[in-house]
Design a binder for this molecule. Structure first.
Ligand code: SF4
Ligand code: SF4
Length: 94
């Protein structure tokens, strides 16, 4: 995952149920169920039907997912904007 990309959490500002940062970016570290990480644009297998992380609060949640917070410049004001912004950032940093 790019170092500037936030991950789903209950941090102030994050929209629970958005999940864009669990779909749009690539993640290079292992994720339970995805030992090679995941490519950009692929939904993390740990993202549930409500777009919440099944591993939230658990030690199995990857460090990279715990390390980032909501960022208005990326997350925008709705989930579609977050997907677009993070996809653009991912593309720009390839
Ligand atoms: S993209 Fe932003 S608002 Fe959406 S889940 Fe991730 S941190 Fe929260
Ligand atoms: S492990 Fe959880 S926080 Fe990390 S990408 Fe997957 S669903 Fe998102």
């Amino acid at each position: 995952m790019n170092a500037r990309i936030p991950t789903a959490s209950s941090d102030q500002g994050c929209r629970p149920g958005c999940g864009a940062c669990c779909i749009a970016p690539s993640i290079t570290s292992p994720i339970p169920g995805m030992p090679e990480g995941k490519p950009a644009g692929v939904r993390c297998v740990q993202l549930d039907d409500r777009n919440l992380c099944r591993l939230f609060g658990l030690p199995e949640r990857p460090t990279v997912c715990r390390a980032f917070d909501y960022d208005l410049s990326l997350c925008g004001t709705d989930n579609g904007a977050a997907l677009d912004n993070i996809t653009l950032l991912e593309t720009a940093t390839l």
